[in-house]
Design a binder for this molecule. Structure first.
Ligand code: ZN
Ligand code: ZN
Length: 155
């Protein structure tokens, strides 16, 4: 990666910089993500929280209920309420929403997940792995990313 990716909310008060590439990019077609985004799927960059530099206001974390009864912490701009990232109970790993990048085209999904609830009119490329629900990390992630997630989860 030559230039670090940056992004932010709609009003510009929340700004962030990703100091490295993400570990993996998910395109999630689950019903929770559809509801949260009001759209067909979400695109998340999974990255260590300490590799996300906040350049502006601190996002506020909102507990959003999921179908399984758990809560997903979605971090939003306190002013315009755009969601910039979330976490699933491990705050060391952030799921940065690709649509908030200044250049969303700088990433593309490494894997499509929860295709069992994918909307019928969404056609997936055959070249990208797609799974009905979830997957075994070892089968999808590059070795360097596996090392990174082991470091995060063991600390
Ligand atoms: Zn904002
Ligand atoms: Zn999802």
């Amino acid at each position: 990666m030559s230039v670090p990716r940056e992004g932010g909310c709609a009003c510009g008060k929340v700004r962030y910089r990703l100091v490295s590439d993400p570990m993996i990019v998910h395109c999630c077609h689950c019903l929770n993500c559809q509801r949260q985004t009001g759209s067909a799927f979400v695109i998340n960059l999974l990255i260590e929280a300490d590799r996300v530099e906040l350049l502006g206001d601190e996002p506020v974390s909102v507990d959003v209920p999921r179908d399984d009864g758990s809560a997903q912490k979605i971090s939003r701009c306190p002013t315009c309420q755009v969601a910039v990232y979330s976490d699933y109970g491990r705050p060391e790993v952030l799921f940065v929403r690709a649509g908030t990048l200044d250049n969303p085209a700088s990433v593309s999904p490494d894997v499509h997940i929860f295709t069992k609830s994918k909307l019928e009119w969404v056609t997936l490329p055959v070249s990208v792995p797609a799974v009905e629900v979830y997957y075994d990390r070892k089968e999808i992630w590059p070795a360097s990313s596996l090392e990174r997630i082991d470091t995060v989860l063991s600390s």
